[in-house]
Design a binder for this molecule. Sequence first.
Ligand code: FAD
Ligand code: DHB
Length: 390
Amino acid sequence: MRTQVAIVGAGPAGLMLGHLLQRAGIDTVVLEARSRPYIEQRVRAGVLEQGSVDLLVGAGVGDRLQREGLVHDGIELRFDRRGHRIDFPSLTQGRRITVYGQQEVVKDLVAARIASGAPLHFEVSDVRIAGVEGDSPSIRFRHAGGEETLACDFIAGCDGFHGVCRGVIPASVLTVHERTYPFAWLGILANAAPAHDELIYAHHERGFALFSMRSPTVTRLYLQVPPDEEAHAWSDDRIWAELRRRFQGEDGWAPHEGPVLEKGVTGMRSFVAEPMRFGRLFLLGDAAHIVPPTGAKGMNLALGDARVLAEALQAFYGSGDKEGLDGYSERALARVWRAEHFSWWMTSMLHRFPGDDSFHHRLQMSQLRYVVASRAAATSLAENYVGWQG
Ligand code: FAD
Ligand code: DHB
């Protein structure tokens, strides 16, 4: 088997890259460890920056997104028992966000790929990468009971944080920057109509809570919990009672309650591996960097990496121009570090840290009050939230 670009992993990064390259007439093969139903049902992120929406629509995979995505003009920060709204369009020259589940983006991209007839192999195993330092890299893997070899010009490592691609880069070449946080998020999906039109990020003495949604009938909610928490320690009643407490304010607002459809705990970490290229191997998305979910950057970074690498590969195949490939890591990392800072800042401002003292707590409250009172500070939050274009 031979292709021009071999893509490991069918998450947002791998599928978007495959789609952009396929449209540009560049051959790709996508290898995915899991089954199609598994990747299409995995509940994860839900917020698309304006730039991600523009990318999906511009690439012809935005029809359902435009029909079903929920366009939001702002978010609420809730503290001191009151809601404080940050309006995006007025602070960012008209930019907005769209709430659309990651698994819906994945479904749309898988459908487009299958319709195009381009190869996408599910349930591959034992993926082994060779030759990325030379001119003819290859991937060996097992699929449908047989051993296969895929020869290619380039390998795109889009296989997430626990994938194999990052491990191919020697430790002497790779620098890792990392921070883990002393808490996790318990996330639920509930069969209940959203009780508010926009997302609510709540700072509360018992810990952070986030109100989000997936559709006019499904609410998504998160609670800050200890880092080693088990989801089954939280009965539905306990979850709703805690959510009511953390959102409680003078206005009496509370999320609508309904049957819990799904429940899971996500750890919180910041992680960047540099550089994002080694020879003919390029890393994209979570394979190279992780952000804590506060600020909703993970899926957007994965899509952004795909856009940058697709442009570079198009220039290379079009005219032999290697500049984009050589500049890929630096270009992608500039955006990654902005999102790393923003998500760290949002996380630090909104969560309770174990062992917080009164000084730390007063600083957080001062920062929150400043962000909603100062147009300059609100603008900084808004332009990062909708996606900094710098
Ligand atoms: P992934 O989506 O992880 O895709 C990688 C793919 O590679 C997977 O399909 C995997 O099965 C496949 N793979 C792995 N190893 C191999 C292999 N050896 N061979 C072949 N295929 C392989 N971000 C937010 O902004 N907000 C959130 O609320 C949020 N919640 C999250 C909850 C969870 C539980 C997790 C794990 C992440 C969450 N994120 C969230 C982050 C966001 O979902 C990711 O940043 C995003 O999925 C990154 O896309 P990706 O394509 O880089 O990686
Ligand atoms: C969602 C997740 C986030 O991390 C966030 O900051 C906002 C919304 C969500 O899943 O809807």
